[in-house]
Design a protein around this ligand. Structure first.
Ligand code: 5AD
Ligand code: SF4
Length: 471
């Protein structure tokens, strides 16, 4: 096993991966091997899996949904909550039998969980049939690790503690041809006291603007219409760069790229929402009217214990400013219930805030203790029963609000980017509004990939039904 501290990737390291990709492509020319990737967690992970798939595709592998057909199986893991980790270990255990039946299969496990020392120990001791283990900081090295593993009987383990460089030019196999994720910043410096992300994803590192712009220009040339800029905290973009540029500046540059029609971004931290960003959202025609703004709690005491660096009052001020400047903006959020020390009164503050903001939707979570985070050691951990009851109450409240908000859309005509046929009803198409709501409507499949106007006729908490008005 190799363990490395903070590291700079050299040109030779990158060149080596390219050489291995070419060697593997020659080796696989007449063999048509297949790969399967299971991804857990956030959009960052989904996008990392697109990079793994890109490298595998260039090495001559094709994708399969069927585990039984795969020659390489990868698990890209998430550790943000304990529940995810338990599920992943369960899935990995199920593969033991497959590996016994087909010993030549390569099983790899990577992503955030691998940055936790105890997890790697557990894999070494309890899951010896895993072939490759690597982390978030050395994803670019996957071709080398795969080649090594094909020539070895032991588990190849390579985890880095951090990576100060950004490796550009990793091939990406995107899931579809209309909407694309684009990384703009990696890592997080915020250290919210409940969160493990800064420990497994490292410090903030912004990509150079010209790398981002070039990637988006080629996406536009390939026919992509919508891009979502990705980062744990996109609003810190540029803080670490030698040139003077911030997130809003970047948005102005991206808005000028011909062919891209919609721009989204996630995730934003309320402490970094500047007036400049709000005005950019108001003024830039391609920037969609949707902001995901995690609040986490409505109680000032809990926000402080969480180290969120804003108050309930400041958060509400931002929401008002957003609504004053960007009519019809959809606002979504993340909320944690049962953070250590959360009393009934604190939880009531959260419910009151939800009633006041009236989110379009909310991702709600039960606080999960994460090893090594400050909140793990905090006093007054909340009883599991209470956490579950609070979650249920919060979900019920938000559902009512989501339904009411969608109901207000009835009779309105909205622009929809048509993404495909509806999974439930093959006669219907499905797409999203600029506010990121899903709309189903009857129309011919030739409209897939186009922008159309749809009148909303019926709504639920998560989806809306419409009728085509104009193409
Ligand atoms: N427990 C519960 N939820 C968490 N999140 C992050 N860490 C934890 C944790 N330890 C939630 C936050 C964050 C979202 C991605 O996951 O709400 O915004
Ligand atoms: Fe975690 Fe807070 Fe960073 Fe988000 S901003 S990734 S919640 S530490």
């Amino acid at each position: 096993m190799s363990e490395r501290k903070e590291i700079l990737v050299s040109d030779d390291d990158i060149k080596k991966q390219k050489e291995i990709i070419n060697q593997m492509a020659v080796l696989n020319r007449d063999r048509y091997p297949k790969f399967h990737i299971e991804t857990y967690g956030c959009q960052m992970n989904v996008h990392d899996s697109e990079k793994l798939a890109g490298m595998l595709t260039e090495m001559g592998y094709t994708h399969t949904d069927n585990l039984e057909d795969a020659d390489v199986i990868l698990f890209n893991t998430c550790c943000v909550r304990e529940h995810a980790e338990i599920r992943i270990f369960g899935r990995v255990s199920q593969l033991k039998e497959l590996k016994q039946r087909k010993p030549n299969i390569i099983l790899g496990i990577c992503g955030c969980m691998m940055q936790e020392k105890e997890v790697v120990e557990a894999i070494k001791n309890d899951y010896p049939y895993i072939d490759i283990v690597f982390g978030t900081h050395n994803l670019f090295k996957f071709p080398e690790l795969l080649q090594e593993s094909l020539n070895s009987d032991t588990t190849i383990i390579d985890i880095w503690d951090d990576n100060k460089s950004i490796v550009e030019d990793i091939p990406i196999r995107r899931a579809e041809g209309l909407k694309a994720w684009v990384n703009i910043i990696y890592g997080c410096n915020n250290f919210c006291t409940y969160c493990i992300v800064p420990y497994v994803r490292g410090r903030e590192k912004s990509r150079e603007p010209h790398d981002i712009l070039n990637e988006i220009k080629s996406l536009a040339n390939e026919g992509f219409k919508e891009i979502t800029l990705l980062g744990q905290n996109v609003n810190s973009y540029g803080n670490d760069l030698p040139i003077k540029i911030d997130f809003a500046d970047l948005l102005y540059m991206i808005n000028d790229i011909d062919g891209i029609e919609r721009i989204r971004f996630m995730t934003s931290h309320p402490k970094d929402i500047s007036d400049k960003l709000i005005f950019a959202m108001r003024d830039l025609d391609k920037l969609c009217e949707h902001l995901h703004l995690p609040v986490q709690s409505g109680s000032n005491k809990i926000l402080e214990r969480m180290n969120r660096k804003y108050s309930r009052e400041r958060y509400l001020e931002i929401i008002n400013k957003l609504r004053d400047n960007i009519p019809g903006i959809a606002i979504t959020t993340d909320i944690i219930v049962g953070f250590p020390g959360e009393t009934d009164k604190d939880f009531q503050d959260t419910l009151d805030l939800v009633k006041e903001v009236r989110y379009d939707s909310a991702y709600t979570f039960i606080y999960s203790k994460r090893k090594g985070t400050p909140a793990e050691k905090m006093s007054n951990q909340v009883d599991e029963d209470i956490k579950h009851k609070r979650l249920e109450e919060l979900i019920n409240l938000q559902n009512i609000i989501s339904i009411e908000k969608n109901n207000e859309m009835k009779g309105k005509v909205v622009e929809v980017l048509v993404e495909g046929t509806s999974k439930r009803d093959s006669e219907k198409l499905t797409g999203r509004t600029r506010t990121n709501k899903i709309v189903h409507f009857k129309a011919k499949p030739e409209l897939i990939g186009k922008f159309v106007n749809v009148k909303i006729i019926d709504t639920k908490a998560w989806t809306m039904q419409g009728e085509l008005i104009s193409e």
